[in-house]
Ligand binder design. Structure first.
Ligand SMILES: Cc1cc2nc3c(=O)[nH]c(=O)nc-3n(C[C@H](O)[C@H](O)[C@H](O)COP(=O)(O)OP(=O)(O)OC[C@H]3O[C@@H](n4cnc5c(N)ncnc54)[C@H](O)[C@@H]3O)c2cc1C
Length: 447
C-alpha cells in the first residue's frame, strides 16, 4: 500500500531527535537514548536497519547503580559478572534473570505481542509472568535479601513510572534486566536521530513519503485514503478524529489517565562525569537514587502527586561509547526525574544534587545546560501530554485496556482509523511494535 507519513514538527524523528541543545558540536538526544528494545523487538529485527547504515555502540555495562560510599552495583552484559555483586541473591539472579536471558527472543516476542492467539512462546511467557506480575516492593521484601539486588531491581522497575508496589512493576525491571544481558542497552552512533534517519531511508526506498511541518488537526482534511494510522494519544485522537468515532468509544478515550511527567536536563561537560566509583564510567545508563527504599519513596511521592526531595534520577552518558556526540575530550550527559503530570517546579537543583552525591565535582565540569520541564516536553512533541513520555499511565488497568478493552486495540470502531502510539500495546519505548501491530490490522482489514 502507498504510505505517506505526515509529521507536525519541522524535522522527523519524534522521540528520536538529536540536536545541539547546548553548544556547537555537542549532539544531545532530546528524548530516547538507550535502545535495548530497538535491538530486540520483532519489528526492528525484521527491518534490519543496519542495512541503511545504522550502527549501535554498546556500553560494557548497560546499567550502573551507585549505592553509598563509592560502592555500586552494575548490570554487566555478562550474568556471572553481575551476580558477583549480589551476595546471597546471586543464585536466584542466575536462575531467573540468567535463565530468561538464554531464551530472550521468545520472551520478548511474547511480551511485545501480548494478545496473540495462540499465545507466543507460552512456557517462557509464563516463566516471565510468574515473576514479573508482582510489585517490586513485594519481591524485595519476600524474595531478595541483600541491598545490591534490591536496589538494582528497584532502579530497573522504576522505568515503569509507577508506585513500585504496583503489580507488574517487577515485569518492567525483569524485561530490562534480561535485555541488558542479551542484546545490551546500546546507543545509536551519531545520536538516536540515526535510527529515525534509517527508518525514513527504508520507507523512501519502498516508495513511501514523509512530509514534515504538516500538523494534522482534523482527519477530514487528509488526502483521500483507505486507512489513517494515528500516532497520537487518546486525548488527541478524540480531538482529531472524534467525530468519525462512536460516542461511547470517544468517551472511553476521554477517560484515559496520563502518567507522571518527566523533567529533563542535558549537559555539555568538559570531561567525563567524575564518578566516585570509577567502574561507573563503563555504564551507559545510571540509576541515581541510592537504596531500594529511597527509590520506592521517590516514586511513591510522585505517584501521590508530590515531589520527592531526593528524586530517582535516570541518566545516560552516550559519549562514553560514542565519541561523535561531543568535541574531543568533551562529553554529553542527560538525566531526568519523574514529576507529577504538568508540574511546573524546577527540578534542576534536585537532579544535580543526586548526581553530585555519587560524582562529587560534577558541577565543575558543566560547560552548559539545557532544561526541559513537562511543558517544554509537550511543546517539543505534543504526544508528551503534561510531560508523560509513555503515552499514558502504564498500570495494569491501562496495560489491559490500552486504550480500550479489545483483542485488537490498534483498530478502532471505524474501519478506516487505526492507532499505533505508545497508548497502544505494548506501550512506551522505541520498539516499533505499535506500528507493527497497527500495520497488520490495516492489512487484515484492507490488504
Ligand atoms: C526524555 C525521554 C527519554 C526517553 N528515553 C528512552 C530510552 O532511552 N529508550 C526508549 O526506548 N524510549 C525512551 N523514551 C520513550 C520514547 O522516546 C518513545 O516511547 C517513542 O519515541 C515513541 O515513539 P512513537 O513513534 O510512538 O512516537 P513519537 O516518537 O512520540 O513520535 C510521534 C510524532 O508525532 C508527531 N505528531 C504529534 N501530533 C501530531 C499531529 N497532530 N500531526 C502530525 N504529527 C503529529 C510528533 O511531532 C512526533 O514527531 C524516552 C522519551 C523521553 C521524552
Amino acid at each position: 500500500m502507498r504510505v505517506v507519513v505526515l509529521e507536525a514538527a519541522d524535522r522527523f524523528g519524534g522521540g528520536l531527535r538529536t540536536e545541539e541543545l547546548t553548544l556547537p558540536g555537542f549532539r544531545h538526544d532530546v528524548c530516547s537514548s538507550a535502545h535495548p528494545l530497538a535491538q530486540a523487538s520483532e519489528a526492528f529485527r525484521a527491518l534490519d536497519l543496519q542495512r541503511e547504515g545504522l550502527a549501535f555502540a554498546q556500553p560494557e555495562a548497560p546499567v550502573g547503580h551507585p549505592l553509598e560510599r563509592g560502592r555500586s552495583v552494575l548490570l554487566w552484559r555478562d550474568v556471572e559478572r553481575t551476580a558477583a555483586y549480589l551476595g546471597t541473591d546471586a543464585p536466584v539472579y542466575r536462575r531467573v534473570v540468567g535463565g530468561l536471558a538464554e531464551r530472550w527472543q521468545q520472551m520478548v516476542d511474547g511480551v511485545l505481542d501480548p494478545f496473540a492467539l495462540p499465545p507466543r512462546s507460552p512456557v517462557v511467557t509464563a516463566a516471565f509472568g510468574s515473576a514479573g506480575l508482582w510489585g517490586t516492593t513485594a519481591v524485595n521484601r519476600w524474595v531478595l535479601r541483600d541491598e545490591p539486588a534490591r536496589a538494582l531491581l528497584a532502579g530497573l522497575s522504576a522505568h515503569a513510572t509507577l508506585d513500585l508496589a504496583q503489580p507488574l512493576t517487577t515485569g518492567v525491571g525483569l524485561l530490562l534486566g534480561v535485555l541488558g544481558h542479551s542484546v545490551g542497552w546500546p546507543v545509536a552512533v551519531g545520536g538516536s536521530q540515526s535510527i529515525a534517519d534509517a527508518l525514513v531511508a527504508r520507507l523512501r526506498s519502498l516508495g513511501g513519503e514523509v512530509v514534515v511541518g504538516h500538523e494534522v488537526a482534523d482527519i477530514d482534511d487528509l488526502p483521500s485514503n483507505r486507512a489513517v494510522v494515528l500516532d497520537l494519544t487518546p486525548r488527541q485522537v478524540a480531538q482529531v478524529a472524534g467525530h468519525r468515532l462512536p460516542p461511547a468509544y470517544v468517551q472511553r478515550l476521554s477517560r484515559w489517565r496520563y502518567g507522571a511527567g518527566a523533567f529533563k536536563v542535558d549537559w555539555a561537560l568538559d570531561g567525563p562525569v567524575p564518578w566516585a566509583d570509577a567502574a561507573l564510567a563503563d555504564a551507559g545508563t545510571l540509576h541515581l537514587v541510592g537504596t531500594a527504599a529511597e527509590a520506592v519513596a521517590a516514586e511513591r511521592a510522585v505517584a501521590q502527586g508530590g515531589l520527592p526531595g531526593q528524586p530517582y534520577v535516570l541518566a545516560v552518558q552516550p559519549s562514553v561509547v560514542d565519541p561523535t556526540r561531543a568535541p574531543e575530550g568533551k562529553h554529553t550527559f542527560w538525566a531526568y526525574c519523574h514529576v507529577p503530570n504538568g508540574s511546573t517546579v524546577d527540578m534542576t537543583e534536585a537532579i544535580e544534587a543526586q548526581i553530585e552525591r555519587f560524582a562529587p565535582g560534577f558541577r565543575e565540569r558543566v560547560l552548559a545546560r539545557h532544561v526541559m520541564d513537562p511543558a517544554a516536553m509537550q511543546a517539543h512533541n505534543s504526544n508528551y501530554v503534561g510531560g508523560d513520555i509513555a503515552g499514558g499511565a502504564s498500570d495494569w488497568r491501562q496495560l489491559a485496556a490500552r486504550p480500550a478493552y479489545s483483542r485488537r486495540p490498534w483498530a478502532t470502531p471505524n474501519p478506516s482509523v487505526f492507532l499505533c502510539s505508545s497508548s497502544t500495546p505494548p506501550g512506551g519505548g522505541v520498539h516499533g511494535m505499535g506500528g507493527w501491530h497497527a500495520a497488520r490490522e490495516v492489512l487484515r482489514v484492507h490488504g
